[in-house]
Every structure is written in C-alpha cells, then in structure tokens.
Design a protein around this ligand. Structure first.
Ligand SMILES: NC(=O)c1ccc[n+]([C@@H]2O[C@H](COP(=O)([O-])OP(=O)(O)OC[C@H]3O[C@@H](n4cnc5c(N)ncnc54)[C@H](OP(=O)(O)O)[C@@H]3O)[C@@H](O)[C@H]2O)c1
Length: 322
C-alpha cells in the first residue's frame, strides 16, 4: 500500500495515455525522478476489457494507477449511450475492482458535467450530483463505482480542458477563426478553462503527497482560476492568436445556448470550487489566461497553425507509449 514512502521511484501506470491529460502527464512525469511511468494507450489497455486490465496490472505491478481514459465526447455520447457507459462507468468499475484486489490506489478524472449547473457561484465536492446528459451520467456512475469498490482513490473533477492536441475548444476556435469571417460563441454558460498541463501538475503534486504518506483519499475539484463564459474564452483565444497572425475571423458574436442547439444539454454553470484541494494538498488554482498565452506561443513557435487539429505533440515525443 502507499502509506510508506518509496525508496525507489513510484511506478505509475497511466491509462488513456494518448488523450489530452494523459499526454501532459506522461510528458511531465518523464522529467521527474520520483516517477517511473508506464503509459498505456487504448490500443494496449482498453478499460472495457477486464482481462486486459488484469493482465497489465499483473505485468507491471504499479504502485498507483492514474485513469486518464474516458469517452469524452459529449454529443456523441447522446447517440451512443452504451459506449459512454461502457467506458466511463463499466470500464472504470472494473479498473477499481481489479485495483482493489491488488491494493493499488487509483487516481481518476471526472467532470463538472456531473452537476446540473444551477449554482452560478459554483460547486463544491459535497454538492449533489444531478447530471443533465448521458456523458455526465456515465461519469457520475463511474465515480460512484470507485467509491463502492476502492477506498484508496482520488477522484479529481476538472472542467473545460484545453491543450495543444486532441479535440478541444481552443483548437476548434482557432480552426474556425482561420476559415470563417464570423464566430459565434455562447455567452450564457459559465465555467473555468483548465489546461491539461495544469491538471497533470495537480495529479503529480497529489501523487507526491500520497507517496509521502498523506491519507487524503476522496473527491476533489480543480479548474483554472477566473470564471468566464465560452464567449469570454473565445475572446481571449482570438486576442492571443492575433499576436501572431492575422485571422480571417473579424467578428465574434455572443449568442445564447438556445441559439446554438446541441445534442446534449450542458450545465449553465460549470464552475468548480477548489478550496478542498488547497486546504488538503496546498494546491492553488493557476490562472488559465497565462496557460493560454503559453500554449498559443508554443503552437506558433513549433510549427505555426497550419492545421492545429492535425498536430500531434505529446507523449510519443521522448516518452514511450506502449
Ligand atoms: N476534456 C474536457 O474538457 C474534460 C472535462 C472534464 C473532465 N474530463 C475528463 O478527463 C479525462 C481525460 O480527458 P481528456 O480531455 O484527456 O480526454 P481525451 O483527450 O478524449 O482522452 C481520453 C483518452 O481515453 C482513450 N479511451 C477512450 N476509450 C478508452 C477505453 N475503452 N480504454 C482506454 N482508453 C480509452 C481515448 O482514446 P480514443 O481517443 O482513441 O478514443 C483518449 O486517448 C476523462 O475522464 C474526461 O471525462 C475532461
């Protein structure tokens, strides 16, 4: 069990290692001598396959598992609830059961979408979950399964993740801004953008304290500092990008979510209160604006924004993904 400090680096098995947060975590951990990283993409560990989970756990015998795997596509989840529940609930439950059998603590990522979004001032960990959509319901079921199966867990709820790879609002907005004159963005949904790298930093900081004996299992919230709307986030993205290139989009139009109907109903407020993480682990929220600036600069420095969605930077660069 993890309550005694490790003399050697802790062995961390990361699932979903090719996702936004998985990549960031693999990249950061690779440069830290406290950790040995086993990075498993979906190809090598599909969490809906119990046999694969037990084989990988037996093969690597990790000290901790960090589950970055998830069916994260909110609208497709409405059309394919079976798939969403198979990954986010069934797969997560299997992971928890098998970790429990081997006494391996599990760190898991969950979502602001477990809430109904009625609290404009934000949600704390003790607020009641009431998901509005299939994705949120599947994430909530996964959380509950972990709580039932494995006391030694950390569930970290995060929101509005952006990074330099994968599918996210930052890259979609940049792509649109390069191809369209006008961008419409919803201004009646509030939340806190959060960089994948910040989440990875939080996970590492939590892990280090667990390794050193912290007994602080439970559910926590983390998101970037400063509440905004999708419109406000778009504004910041466009302003940051215009420092580097002239964008085709010349106007950004605020619209209500009713004017931009989507398959899934989304919470009006996705704001997560993060006091518990600060009080327990001393981890403060970092401002998302500075992370946004850093990422945009990186995108331009590395290869410009010819095809932002097609870029694939991350865990494969310098780290092994099996
Ligand atoms: N992105 C957000 O805004 C956000 C907000 C709140 C919470 N979260 C949570 O944070 C976690 C990570 O999010 P993210 O943004 O890094 O997501 P992501 O980029 O979509 O990464 C998820 C990874 O999991 C993989 N995966 C899907 N099904 C799997 C399976 N059955 N077995 C193993 N791997 C599987 C995906 O592979 P494929 O792409 O090949 O399917 C992908 O590589 C998820 O649990 C998500 O629910 C994300």
């Amino acid at each position: 069990m993890s309550s005694t400090p490790f003399a050697e680096p802790a062995k961390i098995l990361i699932t979903g290692a090719e996702g936004q947060i998985g990549r960031a975590l693999v990249r950061l951990m690779a440069g830290d001598q406290d950790f040995v990283v086993i990075a498993l993409s979906k190809r090598n560990l599909d969490i809906t396959q119990p046999r694969q989970i037990s084989d990988r756990l037996a093969e690597y015998l990790p000290d901790y598992v960090v589950n970055c795997a998830g069916f994260n596509r909110v609208d497709p989840a409405e059309r394919d609830p079976e798939r969403a529940f198979a990954v986010n609930a069934g797969g997560v439950e299997q992971l928890a059961v098998l970790c429990s059998e081997l006494s391996i603590p599990l760190l898991h990522l969950s979502s602001d979408y477990v809430f109904d979004g009625h609290y404009a001032s934000g949600y704390s960990e003790t607020d009641e979950a009431a998901p509005l959509d299939v994705y949120g319901a599947s994430k909530w079921q996964g959380e509950e399964a972990i709580r039932r199966q494995l006391p030694n867990h950390i569930i970290l709820r995060v929101s509005w993740i952006f990074s330099e790879s994968g599918t996210n609002f930052l890259l979609k907005t940049l792509e649109q801004a390069r191809s369209e004159d006008t961008i419409r963005a919803v201004d009646d949904r509030r939340g806190c953008p959060t960089s994948a790298e910040d989440v990875a930093r939080v996970l590492m900081a939590v892990l280090k304290q667990l390794i050193n004996g912290a007994e602080a299992w439970g559910t926590y919230h983390y998101c970037g500092a400063e509440i905004t709307t999708r419109y406000g986030f778009s504004e910041a993205i466009l302003a940051a990008a215009r420092q580097y290139e002239e964008l085709k989009a010349t106007s950004l139009v605020p619209v209500s979510s009713r004017e931009m109907p989507e398959a899934a109903e989304r919470p009006a407020s996705s704001v997560l209160k993060c006091k518990k993480l600060l009080n327990t682990f001393g981890i403060r929220q970092r401002p998302w604006r500075s992370e946004l600036q850093r990422l945009i600069r990186q995108l331009y420095e590395r290869q410009g924004l010819e095809q932002p969605q097609a870029r694939r930077v991350g865990a494969r660069d310098g780290n092994q993904i099996t």
